[in-house]
Design a protein around this ligand. Sequence first.
Ligand code: SF4
Length: 237
Amino acid sequence: MKPVPISEIFGPVIQGEGAQAGVPTIFIRTGGCDYRCSWCDTLYAVDPVNSSKWARMGAAEIVAAVLGLAGDTRPLITLSGGNPAMWKLGELVDELHGHGFTVTIETQGSVWAEWAPSLDSITISPKPPSSGEVTNWPALDRWIAAKPNHVAVKVVIANLADLDFAGLVRERLAPGARIHLQPCNPYVDESGEADPDKLDLLARYADLCDAVLARGWMNATVIPQLHVLAKGGGRGN
Ligand code: SF4
């Protein structure tokens, strides 16, 4: 595998959002993203101005770093970014499997990755209108179909237009699939730290719960970013 840009490898921590909230995991965060969302909370792994801080690592090096963090334990490994789907990570996934890890990915679903079917599970996080980005629906559909029964879809909600967007995404899911919704946290700085004076995630969460119930979306799971509430977000948590 050619070396890929790595912004950070950290953990184990407790996943704070999405279908695997509450699960211990080690994050492998690649550098670079084809999006630039208005409220991105990981700009340090997105903005090319930070690229000189990203390590270039091959599969063996990344696995060695993961083993150093995991020791004898085998937490879930989460490939995140940036957009990890931009990179050829199939060999890395195979090597992690060889060491007994299960591997998942978080991606916006804008770029298809041929190695995606080898993952154990997939979280797709299509970006709503408030992000300023435009969804590539065919690419998103391919990701949704990539791993039947092991795909979770998560949408960040900042306003009612975002909720309408989530409704369009919801219509594309297989019968019985759940859609995970979380209130947007727009109060982050370049390092991903949230401003505690502006942190109104619980009020936003209460509003989102009401809006979801008003629409009768019984296949929704609604939670705020638990790691932000507990630790303020930022790098390494
Ligand atoms: Fe940030 Fe994710 Fe948007 Fe990329 S897709 S800019 S990592 S929020």
